[in-house]
Design a protein around this ligand. Structure first.
Ligand SMILES: Cc1cc2nc3c(=O)[nH]c(=O)nc-3n(C[C@H](O)[C@H](O)[C@H](O)COP(=O)(O)O)c2cc1C
Length: 221
């Protein structure tokens, strides 16, 4: 419970490397995640150091060529977000920009913040997740369980993470750089490193709906 409570999306990291042995410990623990039929459908690509730098250069070139996203980028959210999801998403953005002192109408400052996704928010490690195209919704959810396990194990070792669907807008560059085969779908990225405790973006927490909004209890007295 304490790892769940302490995890949050870290969007500013210290310039401090993460030893490979520590990363391997975390990845081994995440490997314990459950999956239907124990398929373990997740495929994981990890980058650091010179490879990360070379990748991020390619990403910058892609942003120059296609600022709004590479062709055929998958949708991150449903095109017509219904309530209550729409309001929750708006609140999430409002809270983040308020923590940074960015006014609601300052579009440029907002875009600048979003672009930090494509530098892993300064994290020394970038991770990507892919899954075979033959896998369906059940296996995608198992990949999600894997990602959560990884994030919680990282918290226990003093690290922070930010899962990043923003990378879906750079799916071609990700696929090419990491040589992800065509038979796989590229899902999200994940920034991993030591959180910067002094950065204001790490000093607010998101809210959650109450149980009565999401849970239906039956048969209890
Ligand atoms: C799969 C996934 C993808 C996400 N993608 C992004 C992203 O691209 N950029 C970002 O800043 N936050 C991203 N988030 C973080 C969410 O905004 C965050 O989890 C949510 O607002 C709850 O806040 P918390 O993680 O701090 O508890 C993502 C979260 C998940 C689970």
């Amino acid at each position: 419970m304490s790892a769940i409570k302490d995890r949050f999306s870290v969007r500013a990291f210290l310039d401090k490397p993460v030893p490979k042995s520590l990363l391997e410990d975390i990845l081994k623990m995440a490997q314990q995640s459950p999956s239907g039929g124990n398929l373990q459908p997740w495929h994981v690509y990890v980058t650091a150091g010179a490879d990360r730098a070379a990748f991020l250069e390619k990403v910058q070139a892609s942003i120059k060529a296609a600022p709004m996203g590479e062709p055929d980028s998958p949708d991150i959210y449903p095109p017509k977000l219904k309530e209550p999801y729409k309001a929750r998403r708006a609140q999430c953005g409002y809270d983040m920009y308020s923590a940074l002192g960015i006014p609601k109408d300052d579009k440029m400052a907002g875009i600048k913040q979003v672009m930090k996704n494509f530098e892993f928010f300064g994290a020394p490690i970038g991770i990507f997740f892919a899954i075979d195209k033959t896998m369906g919704r059940p296996q995608w959810s198992h990949m999600g369980m894997y990602i959560q396990s990884l994030m919680l194990a990282a918290v226990e070792r003093g690290l922070g993470t930010c899962p990043q669907e923003a990378w879906m807008l750079r799916h071609q560059t990700v696929r090419e750089h990491f040589e992800i085969p065509q038979e796989m779908d590229v899902y999200c990225g994940l920034a991993l490193g030591y959180p910067d405790p002094d950065h204001p973006i790490n000093n607010y927490r998101t809210q959650r709906a109450s149980l009565d909004e999401v849970v239906t209890f039956r048969g209890f007295k």
